[in-house]
Design a protein around this ligand. Structure first.
Ligand code: TYM
Length: 322
């Protein structure tokens, strides 16, 4: 399997990013080939501050490496270090129907929230298609919110292949059943844009505070409750061992518990889970040259692959690369 995925440096990574996507990157890094990149070109559509984008990008690299992404197994790089992808994006753009992009939910959603939509935001899925197709990826580990973009990628690849011959590999999204859509502190999808996130490397105290403020219903203590419909339980499920999970589910089904108890158990479990990555992150943060070198090596490997696919596409459509 050839695996590829990208993540935007638009702020610090949160539990949704980790359980929906990053954990999959790490599980899949032993595959035949795996490419993971920090999507800074995509982030530029919303982060319009040089220092902020640079800082977010450094944090993104440190977070991914600290969480277990191994540069000896996978290529980790910055999207902007592979210009071949932007060229491929243009080629795909020439065959992209407007209607296909107009139907994209994440674009419609941003417009509905009053975000000023530029051409970059609108054509965002085409760059994402180029990202995926440039590496002949057949598996793309993501959360549920990216599935539509992968469908767009398949559409664009299929239509190019149909018109010019078999050039692109058709990719497939890979989701995790229990965490394709991690909920946030308000019970909606956890998302930087909804201000309901809990950060992976958030200060332990701040994290506990946020957990204590998770919105719950006003059920009386003695009433039982179906755990599967409670977002606090769904968050606990991300961290808990099967035994701890069963114990908690029994408590829900029996009743007689308070949400404060569940919140404390969740905070303890999260602390323990992410605690071990903190030291690794601090160690890496003290070696900026090493991190830069990892990204440089990753980019070199990525360019080699993306260059070969770009050439294939150029040849197929008559651009006659020298
Ligand atoms: P981004 O940066 O918004 O999110 C990165 C990854 O985290 C997943 N995710 C979630 N999963 C479960 N529950 C949540 N609440 C949650 N929130 C975020 C996302 O699904 C994603 O997998 N367009 C992409 C970046 C991108 C990309 C690509 C991805 C650019 N090119 C090529 C794959 C392949 C994005 O904005 O992800």
């Amino acid at each position: 399997m050839r695996v590829l995925s990208g993540i935007q440096p638009t702020g610090r990574f949160h539990w949704g990013n980790y359980f929906g996507a990053i954990r999959q990157y790490i599980d899949l890094q032993n595959e035949e080939a795996s490419y993971y990149f920090i999507a800074n070109l995509h982030a530029l559509t919303t982060v319009r501050d040089k220092t902020q984008l640079e800082e977010n990008t450094r944090d993104a690299a440190l977070d991914l490496l600290a969480l277990g992404l191994d540069p000896n197994k996978a290529s980790l790089f910055l999207q902007s270090d592979v210009p071949e992808v932007s060229e491929l994006c243009w080629i795909l753009m020439t065959g992209t129907p407007m209607g296909l992009l107009e139907r994209c939910v994440s674009y419609k959603d941003k417009v509905a929230r009053g975000i000023n939509a530029g051409a970059g935001l609108f054509t965002y899925p085409v760059l994402m298609a180029a990202d995926i197709l440039a590496y002949d990826a057949n598996i793309v580990p993501v959360g549920a919110d990216q599935v539509q973009h992968i469908e767009v990628t398949r559409d664009l690849a299929q239509s190019f292949n149909h018109h010019f011959g078999e050039v692109f590999v058709l990719p497939q999204a890979k989701l995790l059943d229990a965490s394709a859509k991690v909920v946030g502190t308000d019970g909606e999808k956890m998302s930087k844009s909804y201000d309901n996130t809990i950060g992976i490397f958030e200060d332990a105290k701040a994290m506990r505070k946020k957990i204590m403020r998770i919105v719950t219903d006003s059920r009386p203590m003695e009433d039982p409750k179906d755990p599967e419909t409670d977002h606090l339980f769904l968050l606990f499920r991300l961290f808990a061992t099967p035994e701890a999970l069963q114990e908690m589910a029994d408590l829900y089904n029996k009743g007689g518990f308070g949400y404060g108890h569940v919140k404390k158990a969740l905070a303890d479990a999260a602390d323990e889970y992410f605690g071990e990555f903190r030291a690794k992150r601090a160690e890496l943060a003290a070696q900026p040259d090493k991190v830069r070198e990892i990204l440089g090596d990753g980019a070199a490997a990525a360019r080699k692959q993306a260059g070969a696919v770009l050439r294939r596409a150029q040849e197929a459509c008559g651009l006659m690369p020298a």
